[in-house]
Design a protein around this ligand. Structure first.
Ligand SMILES: *Cc1c(COP(=O)(O)O)cnc(C)c1O
Length: 396
């Protein structure tokens, strides 16, 4: 069967084409310098990120996962400690806690935003709780004000997982990453700001914590071969930083384009009777979908969502996924299995049914293409694909 068009979930070649000469020059500049690790490009990235995110300190690291790991190490999280994490996120959010011998204490999500539920966090706190990890999932801020209030009252650190949310603002208009004790970002190629490989960033307003993490980034030694604390190799490459320095000035425009695409989807899905509008539908309707709610939009918060993913919900998600794939429409499930159902966490003692909102999300979510370079014809084609599916479900 020949398809009228195909729409990938993400088109990195389109973005590369738009900045090719600058990106190529940046990579070749590093090659000519033969300075590969933690050099001037990394320093420049750190200073520009501090400015962009409105935070005192930024530290370039090897990946988003390593940013989370190093942040927890800097905070002294260790065996016997508990860290509260949402059960619905990318694996790294909980994996890093276990790697330090600490216990990830899982909690459910708010079904409207897919983000950690502050009331559930409050209930999960014990005398062993050392940290809370709000994830700004899909590019929308978690409810930071209530989380910071809870953490402050109990003297607990807040580690923001902003891997999918660089540049987004919370309900009070603050850029994420500078709100909690420490913020963690990923520049994996599929994030809104993507490197040419693995890269990440840590942010904090705590100068003492920053100094400790900076030393831990290179095996815990300020002076080479003299180690004051145990760290690791969490260094960032110059080539990655050089690429990110070229891309950073375009980030806000790309995120704005994603917001425009999301708004276009919302409008088309609603006008064609496929949805009731963002965040509104009975979850069990068989022949319609739920479009994503941007909860801070109505309040006029700028950068209220950066749509790293545009995620719809369907009661017949698996059939819809197969239908779209057959029509050349890229899609993905983020994430099919919550942490409490993962084999590697079976010793934590959770059971199916413990976190109903996360389990329902895992059954229903489907990300569809929302990348900045998407054309209106492509958006129409995606919407047609969903519409034909819903019509078929209604008829057959
Ligand atoms: C991508 C991601 C990470 C990990 O980042 P890497 O750079 O791939 O290590 C962590 N948390 C979330 C929510 C992510 O989406």
């Amino acid at each position: 069967m020949s398809l009228p068009m195909t729409v990938p979930l993400l088109d990195l070649k389109a973005q590369y084409a738009s900045l090719k000469s600058e990106l190529d020059a940046a990579v070749l500049r590093v090659a000519a310098s033969q300075y590969f690790i933690l050099g001037p490009e990394v320093t420049r990235l750190e200073r520009e990120m501090e400015e962009y995110l409105g935070v005192k300190h930024a530290l370039g690291v090897s990946s988003g996962t390593d940013a989370l790991l190093l942040a927890l190490m800097g905070l002294g999280i260790t065996a016997g400690d508990e860290v509260i994490v949402p059960t619905f996120s990318f694996f790294a959010t909980a994996g890093v806690v276990s790697r330090l011998g600490a216990r990830p204490v899982l909690v459910d999500i708010d079904p409207l935003t897919f983000n950690i539920d502050p009331a559930a966090v409050e209930r999960a706190i014990t005398p062993r709780t050392k940290g809370i990890v709000p994830v700004h999932l899909y590019g929308q801020s978690a409810a930071m004000a209530p989380l910071m209030e809870i953490a402050g009252r109990h003297g607990i650190a807040v580690i923001e997982d902003g891997a999918q949310a660089i540049g987004v603002r919370d309900a009070d208009g603050r850029r994420v990453g500078g709100i909690g004790t420490v913020g963690c970002f990923s520049f994996f190629p599929s994030k809104n700001l993507g490197a040419f490989g693995d890269a990440g960033l840590i942010t904090t307003n705590d100068s003492e914590l920053y100094e400790l993490m900076r030393i831990m980034r290179v095996h815990g030694g300020e002076r080479r071969y003299y180690h004051s604390v145990i760290g690791g190799n969490f260094r960032l490459d110059e080539i990655q930083a050089a690429v990110l320095n070229v891309k950073l000035p375009h980030l806000d425009a790309w995120s704005e384009a994603r917001r425009r695409n999301a708004a276009r989807y919302n409008e088309l899905f609603e006008s064609r009777g496929l949805s009731e509008g963002p965040g509104r539908i009975a979850f069990d309707e068989k022949n319609r979908i739920l479009t994503p709610a941007a909860v801070n939009e109505a309040a006029g918060v700028p950068d209220h969502h950066i749509f790293n993913q545009y995620v719809i919900r369907s009661e017949r998600r698996d059939e819809l996924k197969a239908w779209l794939t057959e029509r050349g429409i890229g899609n993905e499930i983020y994430y099919p299995v919550p942490f409490h159902m993962q084999e590697c966490f079976s010793d934590l003692g959770y059971r199916q049914g413990d976190f109903p909102e996360a389990e329902r999300a895992a059954r229903q979510v489907l990300a569809i293409p929302v990348y900045p370079e998407l054309t209106d014809e492509q958006i129409q084609y995606v919407v047609d694909g969903v519409a034909e599916f819903c019509a078929c479900v209604a008829d057959c």
